[in-house]
Each structure stands twice: as C-alpha cells, then as structure tokens.
Design a protein around this ligand. Structure first.
Ligand code: PEP
Ligand code: MN
Length: 263
C-alpha cells in the first residue's frame, strides 16, 4: 500500500484547508515540549507570523531518563488546542501509548509517532483506527525497508493519511546528535507515494545547523519541515540546544520562502 506501484501519483493529505504532498511545502514549528499555556501561545503566534502552518509541541514526552520532565499530558493537549483556536495553526503532537490514541486524536490534527516507537506495532495499529493523519518518524536505527513496513501497518489498518519524517539516525558521529539522512527524501519519493517531512532539529541537535539543513532538505525535495522553536531556548525543559528562537526562525523562514515558492 505504501509503494508507488500501488499508487503511482503522489498522495496528497488533506487536513483542514491544507494539503501535504504534491506541490505544497509545509512548515511545522514549535517547542519540543508544551511547558505552559503562555509558552505555547507565544510560540504559536511567532511561528505563524513567520509563515508556519502547523504548530508542534509534545504533551507526552518520550524521555531518555525517567527523572526528566514527562510532559503536561492532557493539560498540554488543551493548551495546544487553545493555541490552534487563537492562531488557526493546526496541531501536530506525539502519542506514545496505544491507550492514549483517542485522547490525543481528540485534540490534535496530526498524530506523531516518535522515533522510539516506530516499531511499536500495537501503537501503529491503534493510530490506524484514529481517523487523523499520522507523522511517522524514522527509528534511530531503522532501515528504509523497516520504516516503510511500519507505514504499511498504519495503511493496512485503514489509515492512508501517513507521512514519513526523517529525523536522523545513530551513527559513529557524536558532534551531531543524529546523522540527518537526507538521502531518504529522494529514496522514499522514488519508492513511495507518501509525503516526506524532514526534522533538522533532532537530525542535528544544534540550532546553528538547523537552517542550512532545512535548506538542504528542501533542495532534496522534502514536502515539509518540522522544526523546534522556543521563546527562550536556554530555559527550555527539553531540547533547548537545538531550538531556534522566534527571531532565528523568522530569518530562516524568509530565506526558505525565497527558495521555495510552495512554502
Ligand atoms: C520530538 O519531536 O520532540 C521527538 C521526541 O522526536 P524523535 O521521536 O524524533 O526523537
Ligand atoms: Mn524534541
């Protein structure tokens, strides 16, 4: 179902007034985690003013340490919905547990499957039934074949609104948090009809590298970008080092809009 042989034309995912795939390029932006109502609303206004169409922000966070902030959960989902109401941005947020799928689907427009859960098959089967689009991140050590098969689970379960998200893989390099594998953009476009989004924030782990890699992703043909933006990255509870400020985000967007008429 995922393959181009099954569906030769690019799949277009329609969400509200937006189309993902085909000739449209979307910017999804916002903090790693929803930290407070003020933080998410302030960020939403800033990224919208710069040209983003989707607001990202985690309410359920998959953290390496059990002692790290785990997310505001339903309260965070409500703040995301408030931000959508105020700005018109649509919401993309992660679901980490099959038991929370209907709750997250109630508040959000795109459900994100995080890298750590790419092969959580019960979670994939559950999001297949949720009626919302799914952003499927690549596992940190997943092959292209494994990643496409994970998408196949969601489509086989009846949900055809799936997009891939390249967010970097683990290699021997430690300067960057992950190695952003932009080869996957044209590789997926040749093998699959589904849209491909690139996450240069997790893909590099360093905010200074986000803008150049975002440009590279568009040059490679990405259908959209998902980028972390925080009003005060130095105070962020997670992923501050890879977060743009509203100002650096705006500078990047002005540059990207110049490069891509579709953004
Ligand atoms: C995130 O988007 O904040 C996140 C946890 O991403 P990933 O699953 O790619 O690590
Ligand atoms: Mn993050």
């Amino acid at each position: 179902l995922v393959s181009r042989e099954f569906h030769p034309a690019d799949s277009i995912i329609r969400i509200g007034d937006h189309e993902i795939g085909g000739h449209h390029v979307h910017m999804m932006a916002g903090p790693c985690a929803v930290e407070s109502r003020e933080q998410i609303i302030e960020t939403a206004h800033a990224v919208r003013a710069a040209g983003a169409t989707f607001l990202r922000g985690g309410a359920f966070k998959p953290r390496t340490s059990p002692y790290s902030f785990q997310g505001l959960e339903e309260e965070g989902l409500r703040y995301l919905a408030d931000a959508r109401e105020e700005t018109g941005l649509l919401v993309v947020t992660e679901v980490i547990d099959a038991r929370d799928v209907s709750l997250v689907a109630h508040y959000s427009d795109i459900l994100q499957i995080g890298a750590r859960n790419m092969q959580n098959f019960n979670l994939l089967k559950e999001v297949a039934k949720c009626g919302k689009a799914v952003l499927l991140k690549r596992g940190p050590s997943a092959t292209l074949e494994e990643w496409m098969m994970a998408a196949e689970y969601i489509m086989d379960g009846g949900n055809y609104q799936v997009m891939f998200c390249e967010r970097g893989i683990r290699t021997f390099e430690t300067y960057t948090r992950n190695t952003l594998d932009l080869t996957m953009v044209p590789a997926l476009h040749s093998l699959s009809h589904l849209p491909v989004i690139v996450d240069p924030s997790h893909g590099t782990g360093r905010w200074q590298l986000v803008h150049p890699m975002a440009k590279a992703a568009l040059a490679a043909g990405a259908d959209g970008l998902i980028v972390e933006v925080h009003p005060q990255p130095e105070k962020a509870v997670s992923d501050g080092k890879q977060s743009l400020t509203p100002e650096t985000f705006k500078l990047m967007m002005d540059d990207l809009i110049g490069l891509s008429k579709a953004l």
